[in-house]
Design a binder for this molecule. Structure first.
Ligand code: ADP
Ligand code: MG
Length: 309
């Protein structure tokens, strides 16, 4: 004999399930996007096809909710979309505008090789650049370069030697320039020169000195940040910096510099006298000839922004 209690429980359970199921289906069928989709495709969908697609419609509504809440998504950044698959309804996932923008920004950033540079440099953008009268000249020079370079990327274009005191925004401007070039598909290499010099010195005797030097030398667009910030050994001056600049001159590759010192100071106070105290005016002159060939000196003035941010 059947246990009445048991079959009753089962009945209640089933009833609950059915009610719940109907509730869910109703919610799905009330969804405006579902209604619209069914209306748009009514000719290709008979009732049976719609019933068979309930699970898919349910998935669609649930994932849409998650997408709107930005929580628990199956594929974060992708939003669900209803499609017709033969005579059944299916759900596909398409990247959201936000995700596409994010991926694009990442692609741009991946074109900026920054070595030992502050973090915010990769986020610098010309559009965000605070325009002050003092900066206007440097920025217009940057725009001139971009115009010229984008018009004829294969020709030689003189870079800039941004000179100005600590905190005026030289590094930031180089970062913004790199970003703008990256947006147009051109990679640049931004390198903190004093750190590079230390690294080169430490790697003497190891095998990778040459590799890194080659990479820097041949970078399609190179930005040497903070040149002259540390005293240079004659080896760094002649066999590292000199070699890089010589190659870039020969190959006509755009090169930028930033420095707290103007070109004259760099020559007289930093390149001429070596770490050991030897006075080598001719060697300093040779380096400066290359710097001058490659870049135009642009003075940046203004307040120190490091304390205002
Ligand atoms: P410098 O290289 O001349 O010493 P930085 O480029 O490092 O100066 O700039 C100093 C600080 O000010 C940084 O934190 C930088 O992000 C910020 N900064 C500089 N210029 C701008 C700008 N035009 N708009 C917004 N922030 C800036
Ligand atoms: Mg700087």
């Amino acid at each position: 004999m059947e246990d009445i209690g048991e079959s009753l429980t089962r009945m209640i359970k089933d009833r609950n399930l059915t009610d719940k199921y109907e509730e869910l289906i109703q919610e799905v069928l009330d969804d405006p996007d579902v209604t619209q989709f069914i209306a748009d495709n009514r000719q290709k969908l008979d009732d049976e096809a719609i019933v068979k697609s309930y699970a898919k419609l349910y998935e669609y509504v649930q994932e849409k909710k998650k997408f709107q809440l930005k929580e628990g998504m199956m594929a974060p950044g992708y939003h669900p979309k209803l499609v017709l698959n033969y005579h059944y309804i299916d759900v596909t996932y398409v990247p959201s505008a936000e995700l596409i923008a994010k991926q694009k920004e990442l692609e741009i950033k991946n074109r900026i090789y920054s070595m030992d540079m502050p973090k915010d440099v990769r986020n610098a953008k010309l559009a965000d650049f605070d325009l002050t009268d003092e900066r206007r000249y440097a920025i217009s020079e940057v725009y001139d370069f971009i115009d010229a370079y984008l018009t004829k990327p294969k020709e030689f274009h003189k870079g800039l030697y941004l000179q100005g005191s600590f905190g005026v925004g030289k590094t930031y401007l180089l970062g913004a320039l790199a970003h703008e070039l990256a947006k147009n598909g051109f990679p640049s290499t931004l390198m903190h020169f004093p750190s590079f010099a230390v690294e080169m010195k430490q790697s003497i005797g190891k095998n990778n000195t040459g590799e890194k030097l080659e990479f820097i030398k041949k970078a399609p667009i190179l930005m040497l940040d903070d040149i002259g910030a540390d005293s240079m050994s004659s080896w760094i001056r002649d066999d590292v910096l000199g070699v890089i600049l010589q190659y870039r001159m020969q190959e006509q590759l755009p090169t930028f510099f930033s420095s707290n010192f103007d070109m004259k100071q760099l020559e007289e106070e930093h390149l001429r006298v070596t770490q050991r105290g030897e006075d080598e005016p001719l060697k300093a002159k040779r380096i400066m000839e290359r710097v001058r060939y490659l870049a135009k000196e642009v003075k940046m003035t203004g307040t120190n922004r490091r304390h205002t941010h």
